[in-house]
Design a protein around this ligand. Structure first.
Ligand SMILES: O=P(O)(O)OC[C@H]1O[C@H](OP(=O)(O)OP(=O)(O)O)[C@H](O)[C@@H]1O
Length: 171
């Protein structure tokens, strides 16, 4: 029997990784004006990061799937929700946050959309986990910084927030 290699990332793992990354971001002298979570996976990481980098959180929501039950992969991610026009991002620094960079499709799509629609905004990105693998997408040249919490192998990931029974998660 083959064992599927996997990671089980607890809330404590994730919190610690984001804390360490936040310190590195501060040491790099990068100070965003806004944190921008890519939902759903980037929502909890963005909120944890706000504990260390106290900036308002904006959100966009994307899906890699073209149906609501997640069985029909889309060629490009689907925008479920996007930024409203009320926040003026001109001249601002925005740190885009997601939990994992896998094939890089989501970051490629999201960052390019943002850069196209907000040409006077400086975008950087942070992912809690970066899978070390050949990527399908690319990071835009105009991306200011790319911060990584932890480089990991290309294994299946279980995040604590996916647990139906948190008491036995990872056991
Ligand atoms: O680098 P990629 O191959 O694009 O994969 C990473 C993306 O996949 C997941 O999103 P998903 O669309 O599954 O939805 P979720 O964030 O709601 O879990 C995850 O949250 C990332 O956004």
């Amino acid at each position: 029997m083959t064992t599927v290699k996997k990671y089980n990332f607890t809330y404590e793992d994730i919190h610690s990784t984001i804390r360490d990354a936040s310190l590195a971001i501060k040491e790099a002298d990068y100070q965003p004006d806004y944190l921008l979570a890519i939902g759903g996976g980037g929502l909890i990481p963005a909120r944890i990061m706000r504990t260390f980098i106290t900036r308002p959180i904006l959100t966009v929501a994307l899906s890699r799937y073209s149906d609501e039950i997640g069985t029909a992969p889309a060629d490009t991610p689907i925008k479920l929700q996007w930024l409203e026009g009320k926040v003026n991002l001109n001249g601002k620094k925005v740190l885009v946050i997601d939990e994992v960079d896998d094939q890089r499709t989501t970051l490629d799509f999201t960052l390019n959309e943002l850069i196209e629609h907000y040409p006077d905004t400086e975008f950087s990105a942070f992912v809690v986990h970066n899978k070390l693998k050949e990527k399908k997408g690319q990071l835009p040249e105009k991306l200011n910084h790319f911060f990584i919490g932890r480089d990991i192998n290309d294994y299946w990931i279980n995040y604590a927030w996916d647990a139906e029974d948190i008491a036995t998660f990872g056991q």
